[in-house]
Design a protein around this ligand. Structure first.
Ligand code: NIG
Ligand code: FE
Length: 414
């Protein structure tokens, strides 16, 4: 099956074959081909270049004339909590009355309130709730999404969430990458016995998750009042020993040192980083751990943004993701997150493209297969109705997506 896309105003995010991430200043060097064309064969990019150089196409090829639209690699949303039940708009009003996220959590709101709803829901109900969220992500150009468990917090409820993720991945067209976040909070029934919950994670949940193969990554909410550095390290090391790759919710609300921990353990990513310390920036800059920034969360909670310029200046690999979740960032609009990265963190549109595609793929260990326009990479593409890619972030809050292709097939028509 051959598909030809031609007369794109710009192909954006073109890299040499084999490039799997961009660090620091290289993030701003986004490869562009003007009046570009792509040949997709069996779900993979077989050729790309100027339309004028397009090789002869087979008679049965599907030819799509893009008439001046731009083509980018499908967006990769490398941090979401998409499996949940219930909604928490009441917390918006509580915060407007002056309560902090932590104060709301201490009153039984926050993560625990979603946990109660998820425990009541069946796997099928969770899948039904997640499908429209996945559809909205797809409509905004997302072709691969990482999804965490973490609102079950019992062995059975965590497995239920991970199974829901696996089922939704099998349904397609969006590709799901699954992360076990049993260390998202100490559940209410273990409040008087933290050690007991950590034991449950170590001796029961993690081995079962590894045995079933239902998660590729393990994440921990390393935060004051949630899991401290030592507890986080214990969970992460156990997960690593069982063959899981690591992610860390690091330095989101307080500067605890999660970034340094993530770098030291060789985690795939350290995420959030609103309060990252200088030593954390330095640790990430010299490591392969991707710094994943989630400005939608800072925006929604009204908190200062992560120091994107200092991370990029230091040479870190920076990604952007939505953090789509019911409490701290209820949105699927990943391009809008890109605008926030420009206006609130000083990232250029070129850096934002890299952070939403190649570096986000790197945060999922898939930079060799996804995240850029290169011969041999999977043909996951988003086509936007704009003549220059900068307009995607400039004309914000609206959806510019015209078509989305997954593995060379059109899976969304606007
Ligand atoms: O990424 N930080 C922890 N987890 C989510 C919030 C989850 C919630 O409030 O339900 C986050 O911000
Ligand atoms: Fe998160």
């Amino acid at each position: 099956m051959v598909t030809v896309l031609r007369h794109a105003a710009q192909l954006v995010g073109v890299t040499p074959p084999g490039e799997s991430r961009k660090r620091g200043s290289a993030m701003g060097e986004v490869g562009i081909v003007e009046d570009g064309a792509l040949v997709l064969r069996d779900g993979v990019i077989a050729w790309l270049g100027p339309t004028a150089d397009l090789p002869p196409t087979p008679a049965d090829a599907e030819v799509i004339d893009l008439a001046g639209k731009v083509v980018l690699p499908g967006f990769v949303d490398s941090h979401t909590h998409l499996i949940f039940a219930g909604s928490r708009e009441d917390e918006l009003e509580l915060r407007l009355q002056g309560l902090s996220y932590q104060e709301i959590s201490a009153r039984g709101g926050g993560i625990q309130s979603t946990v109660a709803r998820v425990r009541q829901a069946s796997k099928d109900e969770l899948k039904a709730l997640a499908r429209p969220r996945l559809r909205r992500l797809l409509q905004f150009g997302v072709t691969t999404v990482e999804v965490k468990s973490g609102y079950g917090l019992t062995p059975a409820d965590e497995l239920k969430c991970l199974e829901a993720i696996a089922d939704l991945n099998a349904e397609g067209p969006v590709e799901l990458v699954s992360t076990f976040l049993g260390a998202h909070a100490v559940p209410a029934e273990y409040r008087a016995d933290r050690a007991g919950y950590l034991r449950l994670l170590r001796d029961d949940m993690l081995p079962e998750v590894a045995r079933t193969g239902l998660a590729e990554f393990c994440d921990v909410f390393c935060e004051t009042g949630v899991f401290d550095l030592q507890e986080s390290e214990e969970v992460l090391r156990r997960a690593q020993a069982l063959g899981l790759r690591l992610k860390v919710h690091a330095d989101e609300l307080t500067p605890l040192g999660g970034a340094e921990l993530a770098a030291r353990l060789g985690a795939a990513s350290a995420d959030h980083l609103l309060c990252v310390r200088d030593s954390g920036i330095e640790a990430l800059a010299v490591s392969d751990t991707v710094a994943t920034l989630l400005p939608g969360t800072a925006f929604y909670l009204g908190l200062p943004y992560a120091p994107a310029r200092r991370l990029i200046g230091g040479g870190a690999t920076v990604a952007l993701a939505s953090d789509c979740n019911p409490g701290t960032c209820p949105t699927e609009n990943l391009p809008l997150v890109g605008t926030m990265a420009c206006t609130q963190m000083g990232m250029t549109p070129a850096e934002v493209v890299t952070a939403l595609t190649l570096n986000a793929a790197a945060a999922l260990g898939r930079g060799d297969r996804l995240g850029s326009l290169a011969v041999g990479k999977q043909a996951d593409l988003v086509v936007c109705s704009v003549p220059r890619y900068q307009q995607i972030f400039y004309h914000f809050g609206v959806n510019h997506v015209w078509r989305v292709l997954k593995r060379g097939r059109v899976v969304h028509v606007a």
